[in-house]
Design a protein around this ligand. Structure first.
Ligand SMILES: NC(=O)c1ccc[n+]([C@@H]2O[C@H](COP(=O)([O-])OP(=O)(O)OC[C@H]3O[C@@H](n4cnc5c(N)ncnc54)[C@H](OP(=O)(O)O)[C@@H]3O)[C@@H](O)[C@H]2O)c1
Length: 352
């Protein structure tokens, strides 16, 4: 049994305007906790990244619990049960949930430590585990549930997706394409624009760093955008609002372009188009749709099996590189769903 537990802990809160960087976290080794009765010990295999993790490092109010100085950085992950003192889990089970930037997580039955309720068994886990965690996990559920349940796209609709070459965006665009939408993506490099069109089947792409989004949207969507799935907020969102179609649905999934801005974020001046086009704009969180996750899981799995949904995981090797992996989301250094591989997949898993 291993005794080393490598960990990243929060060293200090970010200063105002400071970007995610290694100086915020401290690398070290902790002990592996003794598993209490009713608890389990999980070996981490892969960790997901999300811009929200950086938000947890900032002090002040937030939707989810903050990470305090000295805490292990919280992260959703996939791992294998190494020790179990509860009949609910067996050694060898694959689980997903809140594991953190560490090799081993001890999950407790009650609030004395990290709760076992934050993880769930993954009886259909397949190798590679990073696909089970990402495309077939919460990122896939976000794309599927927020697009299908909330935006309700119809065949022939024009769908606009921002951060289109990112984790959520690359899946939203593909789901839209599978449903028969005409999909336009906005991304930050020509290489990403080519990737989403050539490999993922988007109909068109706009490089927001080199092209005039206003001009390009007028060319690409002369009848307007029926569904606008926004991951970035700010100026890009405001520009796109001026191009919505009658009865458009605008999904606020995230606002990464304003994550580092201090003070109040200016409202979108083009909000008037919501009235002119009798459109709706709605914020939604993947956790609002938990009851639909099994349905999402079934469809995503089938689509991947049929080869129509391409998993988009972008792997960073090694727990030691976790801070750089998270930082890459804010610099556009990722292409697809950024996952940190902490340990090779265990043997004996099913394959798709
Ligand atoms: N509502 C929910 O339930 C939910 C759940 C998970 C995530 N989210 C949100 O969904 C969004 C995507 O998350 P993700 O984990 O999939 O991250 P991601 O899209 O894989 O990574 C973020 C991407 O945003 C782009 N970006 C960064 N700064 C930007 C800027 N200033 N302007 C425009 N684009 C910028 C970068 O790509 P470029 O190279 O194209 O700039 C980067 O790759 C985030 O806003 C996140 O907070 C929401």
């Amino acid at each position: 049994m291993a005794t080393r537990n490598r960990q990243w802990r929060l060293k200090r809160h970010p200063d105002p305007g400071e970007m995610m960087n290694r100086d915020l976290v401290a690398w070290g080794e902790g002990h592996i906790e003794e598993v209490p009765r009713g608890g389990i010990l999980v070996r981490t295999h892969c960790l997901a990244t999300s811009p929200a993790q950086f938000g947890y490092m900032k002090p002040g109010p937030g939707l989810f619990e903050k990470i305090h100085i000295g805490d292990v950085i919280r992260a959703r992950g996939i791992g294998q049960v190494m020790e179990s003192r509860t009949p609910d889990f067996s050694v060898g089970d694959i689980v997903t949930g809140s594991l953190g930037w560490q090799d081993y997580t001890c999950l407790h039955p009650e609030s004395a430590g990290q709760s076992i309720k934050t993880v769930q068994k993954e009886p259909h886990a397949i190798s590679p585990l990073h696909v089970t965690l990402g495309t077939l996990g919460v990122d896939g559920y976000t794309a599927y549930c927020e697009l299908i349940n909330v935006a309700k796209p119809k065949k022939g609709d024009t769908l606009l997706v921002t951060a289109a070459a990112g984790g959520i965006g690359s899946l939203v665009g593909q789901v839209g394409r599978i449903l028969g939408c005409c999909v336009i993506g906005i991304a930050g490099t020509d290489e990403k624009c080519a990737w989403i069109c050539d490999d993922l089947g988007f109909d068109a792409a706009i490089n927001y760093k080199t092209e005039d989004i206003d001009v390009r949207l007028a060319q690409l969507a002369p009848q307007g955008i029926d569904v606008f799935f926004d991951n970035v907020g700010g100026e890009i969102m405001n520009t796109a609002l001026a191009h919505i179609a009658l009865h458009a649905r605008v999904i606020i999934c995230g606002w990464i372009s304003t994550d580092y801005k201090e003070g109040p974020i200016p409202g979108p001046s083009n909000y008037t188009h919501l009235l002119l086009k009798r459109a709706s704009m709605i914020g939604t969180i993947v956790w609002d749709h938990i009851e639909d996750w099994p349905d999402a899981s079934r469809h995503l799995r089938q689509w991947v099996k049929d080869g129509v949904l391409i998993p988009t995981e972008d792997i960073t090797e090694g727990l030691e590189n976790a801070p750089d992996a998270l930082a890459s989301l804010f610099t556009g250094g990722n292409r697809g769903n950024k996952i940190i591989r902490v340990a090779p997949d265990p043997e004996g898993l099913g394959i798709l």
